[in-house]
Structures are given as structure tokens and as C-alpha cells.
Design a binder for this molecule. Sequence first.
Ligand SMILES: CC(C)(COP(=O)(O)OP(=O)(O)OC[C@H]1O[C@@H](n2cnc3c(N)ncnc32)[C@H](O)[C@@H]1OP(=O)(O)O)[C@@H](O)C(=O)NCCC(=O)NCCS
Length: 434
Amino acid sequence: MKLADNKATLSFSNGGPSVDLPVYQGTVGPDVVDIRKLYAQTGMFTYDPGFLSTAACQSAITYIDGDKGELLYRGYPIEQLATQCDYLDTCYLLLNGELPDAAQRGDFHKLVLHHTMVAEQMQFFLRGFRRDAHPMAILTGLVGALSAFYHDSTDINNPRHREIAAIRMIAKLPTLVAMAYKYGVGQPYMYPRNELSYAGNFLRMMFGTPCEDYVVNPVLERALDRIFILHADHEQNASTSTVRLCGSSGTNPFAAIAAGVACLWGPAHGGANEACLNMLEDIQAQGGISKVGEYMEKVKDKNSGVKLMGFGHRVYKNYDPRAKLMQETCNEVLAELGLENDPLFKLAKEVERIALEDDYFVSRKLYPNVDFYSGIVQRAIGIPVNLFTGVFALARTVGWIAQLNEMISDPEYKIGRPRQLYTGSVRRDIGAAK
Ligand SMILES: CC(C)(COP(=O)(O)OP(=O)(O)OC[C@H]1O[C@@H](n2cnc3c(N)ncnc32)[C@H](O)[C@@H]1OP(=O)(O)O)[C@@H](O)C(=O)NCCC(=O)NCCS
């Protein structure tokens, strides 16, 4: 970390001694005030629920400029990665810091694509679930269960072991997500095929059956690969922070990733694309485009508790760059499948048009986020709504691992242990209450 020229001085209105706090600079983005010694110097904690102003770590992986609507993985703009690289290149970049050269690319692709099979016992875990279990409940269990298979061979303090765990997770997540789907629909699991691309293999494991050959559609393959790239990492969001916090105890990395999967499930996070599609289907059922205005009034009414799903973001206060790329993919996929007149897509465009003109959304800088269009694309590909978050988890696994491994190799890393402002009862005795 680079010390800035200035420092912060914190003083108190009751005349207590003021303290000087060092300021550090990143390469871009806001500086940070270092408060690590604040408690020792003043006996006080800072209070920041939701981490609105708190950097919990230093990281060199992903940078978001929310005001500009910019997203960089290791310095490269998401637009360039989405159009010039594939998902596995992006994984290599996130894990290693640089894009692979031709030889590294070949080796990495081969490595991941040859570790896609999961232990045969995995299917017995699945049998313990109800057929209608939510795929995220299943995935949380299956990813956690991976730790049982690799616990003794995984020493998180050994960089080589961390690398092996990373490859295993990236390679096996598509297999597990597809198994969760197949279990729900009662079809046989499809074993992975290593000659297919990462996205192509996933499509086949999802939609192929043993009864006939499955031919991968290149447009859908590219679309899925792009969904994976756009979801690969997003700096210190809720699930990534969960993975870091969970992993900070030194737990098994598969267990830490399972914690990330559990966190991602929520509708304010990865569950938003599912919630967004459900919302569009609701508006459609109530009458479609003619009812958008009415729905917007409900969204703007604070007492209704209704939010426009797929809109707004903690960090982006401008158009989410991923939403633009997703909209482009949406057009391609719908054209390929002859669904240009898909009513939900038209409805989504109308919702977006109205919201972008409405003062409620404009004044609060609420723009569509990636989830607004990704649900429509996934639905068109044939992915069921309740599996959307599972696909997101598959794609985000690399980000979680890259962040976890970065934390473990950081010499300043400590177990995460937030403080609190205690507002409960002061010490009292049971005797007095009886
Ligand atoms: C993502 C999200 C949780 C960010 O929350 P946040 O950073 O805490 O933003 P805030 O809740 O402070 O929002 C600021 C204002 O915009 C409003 N707002 C934010 N998102 C909104 C939405 N989707 N619909 C309607 N109003 C919204 C808030 O009510 C608040 O209004 P106020 O200032 O009058 O009280 C929030 O925008 C949201 O719930 N969006 C829908 C879910 C979603 O798409 N999540 C995916 C994220 S990738």
C-alpha cells in the first residue's frame, strides 16, 4: 500500500486529544483512512453497517468506477474481455493477474476441461434432496460436500494446493449445476465431454440426453460464455466478502465457496435475475405493456415495499456496463431463436425506457443492472428461472477463489472479526427478575 502525502486528523468536540490517521492510496479510486490503531488510541470503534464507507481489504483483482459505469478485471475493461476473450481466458486472468499467452492458454483450457467429472458419490447426495428443492439449496450442499472429498489434500497455506482447489472448483461447478437441474427434471445426469468448450459442455450437460447426440448451438454457446465473463468477479460484494470472511478462519476452500453460494442466493444479490424475471412475468400476467405505468407507480410508492428488480446497484450510479453487453447478447440470442417478438423482452425494454425517463429513477441514479437482461437471455436458452442464480454461482466461483487466494497470500491478512455497538441490557442478575 502506498502512503499518501496527507493524513487525516480526528478530533472530538469534548476536547479529547485528537489523533492522526495515515491515509493510503490505491492505483485508482478513493484513498483510505487507516483506522487500525483507532481503538488502541481512543478506545472507540467506527460504526459502518453495510460497509458503506469501509474497505475491508486491499485487492488488485477488480476495479469498479460506479459513477463512470466502468468495470475492470486486472485493469482490462469488461467490454474488451467480453468481445476479445473467452471465459477461461478471463479465469486465467483473474487467478494469475495476466492474460495467458498461446501456450499458457492451451494448458489452462486443457487443465480445466479435463477435471470436469465429479466423484460418483455426488449423485447420492442429490438423492437426499426433494425433487423440487431449490437448485441453490442443492448447490450450497454439493459445493460444501466437495470439501469432504478433498479435505486432506487441501492445505490452504500451500500455494500449489490452492491452485489445484481453484481448478477443481472452476471445472466441476458446471457439472454440479447441471446435475442439480437434471435431478429436478428427473432426467439422467450427463457426464461431461472434455472435447467441448466450457460453455458448450455445460449446454450439453443441461440439455443433452443419452438418447441422442447433442449439437451445441454456437450462438447460445457464445451467449453463455459471455454471461460467465460478465459475472466472473465484482470486487467486494456480499458473497465475495462472505467468502473472504469465512475463509479468513483458515477453513477448507470448498467450504468457503459454499458460504459464497449461500450468500449469493438472496434476492438483493444473485437472486435478482430470478426476481426480475418473476417481476416481468407478473406484469405480463396483469396485462403486459399497458400495465407498466401502474407498476411503476407502485415501485415509487415507498409504502408498497415493491422494488423494480434488476434496477439499482450499491456501486453503479450509472449504467452498469455489463447490462449494455447483456442487452446486445439478448438481441443476438432472441434473433437466433426467432424470438425477436418475445413479449417479456418487449416489456423489459418498455420498463427500461420509462424508468430512464422518470425523475424518481433519474434523481436516484437508478439504472438497469446486469440482472435486468441476463434473465431473459437465460430463459431463451432454456435455463429454468430457479437455476439462474446457480449459473451466476458457477460463473462467480472463479472470482471467489481469486479473492480468497489473494487474501490468504496477503501478509496483512487476519481473521475477520467486526466490532459492534452494544445496545442491549447492562449486566444484571437473574435473582432480581424472579
Ligand atoms: C441493489 C440494491 C440492494 C442497492 O441498494 P442500496 O445501495 O442500499 O441503495 P438504496 O437502497 O440506498 O437506494 C437509494 C434509493 O433508491 C431507491 N431504490 C434503490 N433501488 C431501487 C429499486 N430497484 N426500485 C425502486 N427504488 C429503488 C431506494 O428506495 C432509495 O430511495 P430513498 O433514497 O428515497 O430512500 C437496490 O438497488 C435493490 O434492491 N435493487 C433491486 C435488486 C437488484 O436488482 N439487485 C441486483 C444487484 S446486482
